[in-house]
Design a protein around this ligand. Sequence first.
Ligand code: NAD
Length: 237
Amino acid sequence: MRPTAVVTGAASGIGRELVAALQHDAWVAGLDRDPVDDDSPAAVHFRVDVTDRNAVGDVIDKIADERGGIDWVICAAGIIRDRVSWKMEGDEWDDVIQVNLTGAFNVVRASLAMLRRSRAGRVVFIGSINGTRGGFGQANYAASKAGLVGLARSLALELARDGVTVNVVTPGFIETPMTRSIPREALQRAIARTPLGRMGLPEDVAAAVRFLCSEESGFVTGVVLPVDGGQLLGATP
Ligand code: NAD
């Protein structure tokens, strides 16, 4: 039987592409608070808010009952509420931490019993290079993405005995609806600071996630894998 995968943030951008890429290897359930269009690649789509712990538990149980287990969990649901820290409202902090960090924990926590029973359990979080280097106006977002690294490494230790790997893919600037609102000049500056000289595509991120879910990556756990065209390396010559 094909592995059963759960992808959050499946209605848009990177998550949507993850569903399309992973369905070559797995049966994929998409989760998102938003509906998907009719040509969504997901085998099945659930509308659920990842911050709603009980609703997430119900959906995960439903998938596990139908499929007899869950093998891969990929958490891509995420939001930004950018504002410089001295102007940031409490709600802007709370919302971003709730969705990006607590939401990921909710989905993995609900899946843990099934992941531990799987013969090739995989967890992949979509972090951000700004979780490593920080981001101006992104104290909430960078903290949430840095938190995913600590969460992943702790889970990697706890789940290793069951053969479950837990890793984080950290994209740089990727062309999705999330980055569409960024002013053109800011994007141009980001591209100029990217050694490979372009924005990333959702496909670039999906290829890394597909590897981390594969059988061949079974000895890779607790890593943070940037998919950023070399942005973290610093200035181009
Ligand atoms: P996107 O806005 O296109 O997609 C995010 C998806 O998450 C949306 O479908 C949205 O409905 C869903 N979502 C948001 N809150 C949710 C909730 N509470 N419950 C369920 N679903 C929810 O953004 P994207 O660019 O595809 O981002 C995907 C992930 O990649 C995010 O975690 C983001 O932080 C990360 N990321 C993106 C970039 C980039 O440049 N685009 C860079 C680094 C990291």
